[in-house]
Design a protein around this ligand. Structure first.
Ligand SMILES: [Zn+2]
Length: 291
């Protein structure tokens, strides 16, 4: 996870052409932020108070999910967009993690407001998750291509740990934007350190011995069965083969990053079943024995 030296503008513009996310290069000067520790009850993490964001509204529902994103743009351009300076986007997020050698956490929206970071989305019975979630944006042009630095991973861990403890968020509700917007979003990407974070207690991960056990058994790889398992875990899928393929791809991007192709295979199903047994045992039993 070494930090890569790269040209913000050149790569940012190239990716902007197809990402549709936070894009464009800006000449905004380096943001000033004053320090505060107001919201760090548990970890001692320093959170800087940022410039605020227009993309928010009063929160009417409890926080049950934590959603991770990559910005697909530089720190200045992302801050511009998150402050509402770009009329094409009305977005906002609670926290922004920078990509400097010593990354910082900047707060843009207080947690008692719902920020506009999830967009059209669904997870389990929830839809349009802005009201139900805290959002973290991380500066990375494309987390499917560029690794997150070790220093970013460390500060992401501290921030997630803080938020999860404060809101008592379940491991299986620590999610990628790509998990809740299947077929529409691909962030924070397959380079995001999910396995490492899970080893420290952040988010869900299958037990390796359960995956191995599942692989030794004969697996049911039928599309209907896999669709029911993905749905039981929380994924909201469009109908048809194309909808299922996108769901499998989203699942792999989070839990089987070595091969993200949307193809149902034994390893994907073994991981999915192990996750379900660990985190959603009731839904798993119902999905498994569905006629
Ligand atoms: Zn996103």
């Amino acid at each position: 996870m070494n930090a890569t030296i790269r040209s913000y503008c050149r790569i940012g513009l190239a990716l902007a052409a197809f990402s549709g996310a936070f894009v464009g290069c800006s000449t905004t000067s380096k943001p000033e932020a004053k320090q505060t520790v107001a919201e760090t009850k548990f970890t001692g993490l320093v959170i800087e108070q940022g410039p605020g964001s227009l993309g928010s509204e009063p929160r009417k529902e409890p926080v049950t999910c934590l959603i991770l994103h990559h910005t697909a743009g530089s720190l200045p351009s992302s801050l511009d967009i998150l402050q509402g300076k770009d009329p094409k986007h009305k977005v906002g997020v609670h926290y922004l993690v920078t990509d400097e050698p010593k990354p910082r956490v900047i707060r843009l929206v207080p947690e008692n407001l719902a920020a506009y970071h999830a967009g059209k989305s669904g997870w389990g019975k929830l839809s349009n998750l802005n009201q139900n979630s805290i959002g973290i944006e991380i500066i990375n042009y494309d987390g499917n291509v560029y690794p997150y630095s070790d220093a970013q991973a460390e500060i992401i861990f501290a921030l997630c740990d803080e938020i999860i403890r404060r809101h008592d968020i379940k491991p299986c509700n620590v999610l990628a934007h790509s998990d809740i917007a299947v077929g529409r979003k691909v962030d924070p990407g397959l380079k995001f350190p999910w396995a490492w974070l899970a080893s420290l207690g952040i988010g869900a991960w299958p037990l390796p011995n359960e995956v191995a056990d599942n692989l030794r058994k004969k697996q049911n790889l039928s599309p209907n069965h896999v669709r029911s398992l993905l749905t039981a875990y929380g994924y909201v899928l469009e109908n048809g083969d194309a909808g299922l393929k996108l769901g499998v791809e989203s699942f792999q991007r989070h839990f089987r990053p070595a091969k993200v192709d949307g193809v149902i295979d034994s390893e994907t199903v073994a991981i999915l079943e192990a996750l379900l047994r660990r985190y959603q045992p009731k839904s798993y039993r119902e999905a498994k024995f569905k006629p």
